[in-house]
Design a binder for this molecule. Structure first.
Ligand SMILES: Cc1cc2nc3c(=O)[nH]c(=O)nc-3n(C[C@H](O)[C@H](O)[C@H](O)COP(=O)(O)O)c2cc1C
Length: 163
């Protein structure tokens, strides 16, 4: 039987080895300020209707805004946006300072990302120290490009086809 510490390490190392795209979730707080955080837990939920799923930690300073706002944004970062990824995974006071962004009605939209999805919050399931947030896709844009990739605690990978 493995010890809880070993199991926790196995979990962390396994998740670090799960290759994923990198997203920034954004929404508006009650005081009308923008907030956002980096998340790799974004995935498709259903195709009909088109909806996405993500998991938000309860300690995130964005948690209550995401849990209460009607809308939120999902931005898939491009390969040259690692600096933006570090800003949105940090605890700096104003993550939007110096970032190119604008309001899409009530959702902060970051410029130049591969994808921006405007989502309407449909469900929130609280469990343990995270909540699963599901949103229906109601708008957005897709410009394409090479994605930023997270793998083995690094984001400076470049994708190349094998042939
Ligand atoms: C690679 C990576 C992936 C992350 N994925 C998630 C995630 O899916 N959900 C989450 O709540 N936090 C995730 N985080 C942590 C948040 O980005 C981080 O805690 C952030 O500082 C929260 O900022 P906030 O308190 O301003 O919301 C991730 C961090 C990194 C570095």
């Amino acid at each position: 039987m493995s010890s809880p510490a070993t199991v926790s390490e196995l979990f962390r190392d396994t998740m670090a080895g799960l290759c994923s795209g990198v997203a920034v979730l954004t929404t508006r707080r009650n005081d009308a300020s923008p907030c956002g955080l980096l998340a790799t837990s974004v995935s498709a939920f259903s195709a009909t209707p088109p909806s996405v799923l993500t998991s938000i930690g309860h300690t995130s300073r964005c948690y209550h805004a995401l849990a209460e706002s009607e809308h939120f944004g999902v931005h898939i970062l491009r390969a040259d946006q690692e600096r933006l990824a570090h800003v949105f995974s940090s605890l700096v006071e104003d993550k939007f300072d110096g970032v190119d962004w604008s309001w899409d009605a009530d959702v902060p939209e970051l410029a130049d990302t591969i994808v921006y999805l405007r989502c309407r919050r449909e469900a929130l399931f609280e469990l343990y120290d995270h909540s699963v947030l599901i949103g229906d896709l109601i708008g957005g844009r897709r410009d394409g490009g090479e994605p930023l990739v997270y793998f083995e605690r690094r984001m400076d990978w470049r994708l190349e086809p094998a042939s």
